[in-house]
Each structure stands twice: as structure tokens, then as C-alpha cells.
Design a protein. Structure first.
Length: 101
């Protein structure tokens, strides 16, 4: 997650954009760390490939699994929480194997 500049309930951060991205558009921003807030942000393209995201945090009372699931949906991934847990388990096993060799 990009580092946000918080100003009370408002925030801003930079974002990489495709060349085809519109000059101004809206997109959701989801925190994947506590307190798991959400925003329907405005993205302004300032130069090719770069933009700034402006938004206002809203509390959602979600837990970590819900926040991660929502954030992954934003990237077009159709994953279930079981898929996420399974992948994390396989990653931990691979890490253990790598440390032993």
C-alpha cells in the first residue's frame, strides 16, 4: 500500500497510471492495515504515468480478511478468503524449505 499523507480524515498519495487513464476519475482506496478504512477517492493525472489520489477516509468496521478481500477485488482478482489462506500457507512452507537448503 502506498504511503498516504493524512490530514485529519483526508489523505493523499501518488499512484502509477496507464497512459490511457482519464485526466480525472474515481476509484476505491482500501487500507489493508488497521483500522481498515475505505474511501471513494478522486484520482487526478498530473503527468504521463503518474497521478495523485485524494480522498476522505470512512470507517468500515471490517476485519483483516474482509479488507484484504476487498482490496484484491479492486485489482480484478476473484479470490476467496480460502484461496488467500491456502496461498499464505504454501508461501510459509516454501520459505521454510528455502531456509533449510
Amino acid at each position: 500500500m502506498p504511503e498516504t499523507r493524512d490530514m485529519g480524515p483526508f489523505f493523499a498519495h501518488t499512484v502509477n497510471l496507464t497512459p490511457e487513464a482519464p485526466l480525472v476519475h474515481r476509484a476505491p482506496t482500501d487500507e489493508i492495515e488497521p483500522p481498515y478504512r475505505r474511501s471513494n477517492s478522486v484520482i487526478i493525472k498530473f503527468w504521463p504515468g503518474k497521478g495523485i489520489v485524494l480522498g476522505r477516509w470512512r470507517h468500515t468496521w471490517r476485519n483483516e480478511s474482509d479488507a484484504l478481500y476487498t482490496a484484491l477485488q479492486g485489482y480484478g482478482n476473484a479470490l476467496s478468503t480460502d484461496d488467500i489462506r491456502d496461498h499464505a500457507h504454501r508461501f510459509d512452507e516454501g520459505l521454510d524449505d528455502a531456509l533449510l537448503t
